[in-house]
Ligand binder design. Structure first.
Ligand code: GLY
Ligand code: MN
Ligand code: MN
Length: 437
């Protein structure tokens, strides 16, 4: 494990400094989700909760109360229960929450209705993210109501409820050295999986067989997918959220793979596109080289002080100029960019923040202006071109879909590509595809 108790404690200290005096922050853990009947989805902790506690169980609530005499970090957790633990496994219980997770104080979750209102009473402001769980929103409102109802007995209810999300997400946006270490591992593992997928691909294989290669690489490292992977051959590559992954890969087609893994709740997110038979056709190569040129230009824009949109603007310029050069668009490049003419072939943005969530938290604009990049931010750079059958392009271009996506960290000098071990030059790709068993 790269992240330890001291990392979580440091984050809580940072948050407490932002909360100020007389404030309390409340965060519920994720709940277990039913897949069908009595089968659950694999449990994944809520990212905000995980960020501040490192506590990986469901049915828990974290309270952060700066300056609270009986302890600033309180966890409500599932109580120990021998019978349940025989069936479902270990629970830390309140004692484990203190001894193993560094809580100052911990209680069984069943006791929260008796204990939390008393903690709220001591504060003026409650920081809580409304809207994620109706059930928990109602609970909080209930506790506040109880306190208000007791005002004649001298009880005091906090006068403000503020969004916790904004403060916390600004912290999550800037990654520490240990977070970057984990994200580097996630980038390297996913790059290995993409190399394995390239080596395993040949005409006649099915998309799900290639998905299985990727899953194997993740699972054997104790990792898993950070999102449902896309393995789209031919026309399927044009479907931006294709996850069916059921078709046979055809000789002469491209295949687009968008797959990333998760390590200690940190995601990677990589896309590579390559020819099923290992050799780009002339048209495929022209489109591929154009997307790659736009991606390299965009990555060069990643540095402190540049604004969030600079990489996207670089992509639009390179792609639009290239589409004019090869005859897929016609007109003045500036006017075509202004009019969004590229949108029939490039209909998404160039990236997003990356971290504990694949589409990670953090504002992209501040006061209606694209925000400046700062060291510690991590983003994807993922331009693409998707030429659908039936589009205005000459049929020789149809069903060519290319996206190239890397994970890029902003550092003091510019950038670091966390996913650079996944091949992306034409020569490197052609040398690798189909060479595996
Ligand atoms: N894999 C999701 C994305 O690229 O944004
Ligand atoms: Mn992405
Ligand atoms: Mn992706």
């Amino acid at each position: 494990m790269s992240l330890g108790l001291s990392d979580f404690a440091a984050r809580r200290r940072e948050l407490m400094a932002l909360l100020g005096e007389n404030a309390i922050a409340i965060l519920p853990a994720a709940r277990e989700t039913i897949r069908n009947r009595d089968v659950h989805y694999p449990f994944r902790q809520d990212s905000d909760f995980q960020y501040l506690t490192g506590f990986g169980e469901p049915d828990a609530v974290a309270v952060i109360a700066p300056g609270r005499p009986h302890g600033e970090f309180v966890l409500f957790v599932r109580d120990k229960d021998e019978k349940k633990e025989i069936w479902d496994g270990y629970r830390a219980g309140p004692e484990g929450a203190v001894n193993e997770y560094g809580a100052d104080d911990a209680f069984p979750i069943e006791d929260i209705d008796d204990i939390l209102p008393g903690m709220l009473e001591a504060s003026e402001r409650v920081f809580y993210t409304l809207g994620n769980s109706h059930e928990f929103d109602d609970k909080l409102i209930g506790w506040l109501k109880v306190l208000r109802g007791q005002s004649r007995t001298g009880k005091h209810a906090p006068s403000e409820v503020q969004s916790l999300e904004h403060l916390l997400h600004e912290l999550r946006l800037i990654k520490s050295g240990s977070e970057l270490k984990v994200m580097r591992q996630a980038g390297e593992l996913a790059a290995r999986a993409h190399r394995r997928a390239m080596a395993a691909t040949r005409p006649g294989k099915f998309e799900f067989e290639i998905e299985a290669e990727i899953s194997h690489e993740f699972n054997q490292e104790g990792s898993t997918h950070s999102y449902t992977p896309i393995v789209g051959g031919g026309a399927n590559g044009c479907v931006l959220h294709y996850i069916t992954n059921r078709d046979e890969l055809q000789d002469g087609d491209l295949v687009l793979i968008d797959a990333g893994c998760e390590i200690e709740c940190y995601a990677s997110d990589i896309t590579r596109t390559f020819p099923v038979n290992g050799k780009f056709t002339g048209e495929q190569r022209e489109i591929y080289e154009l997307v790659l040129a736009s991606q390299l230009a965009a990555i060069e824009e990643v540095r402190p002080g540049n604004h969030w949109n600079a990489p996207h603007e670089a992509v639009l310029r390179v792609l639009t100029q290239g589409l004019v050069d090869i005859g897929l668009l016609d007109g003045d490049v500036d006017a075509l960019i202004e009019d969004g003419a590229y949108q029939q072939f490039y209909m998404h943005r160039t990236g997003h923040w990356l971290g504990m969530d694949v589409h990670d938290v953090g504002d992209y604009q501040i006061e209606n202006q694209w925000r400046e990049l700062e060291p510690g931010m991590v983003m994807t750079v993922e331009p693409g071109l998707y030429i659908r059958e039936g589009s205005t392009a000459d049929p020789r271009w149809w069903n060519i879909a290319v996206r190239i996506e890397d994970d890029v960290a902003v550092n003091r000098n510019g950038y670091e590509v966390l996913s650079s071990a996944a091949p992306k030059t034409v020569a490197d790709i052609e040398a690798l595809v189909g060479t595996g068993e």
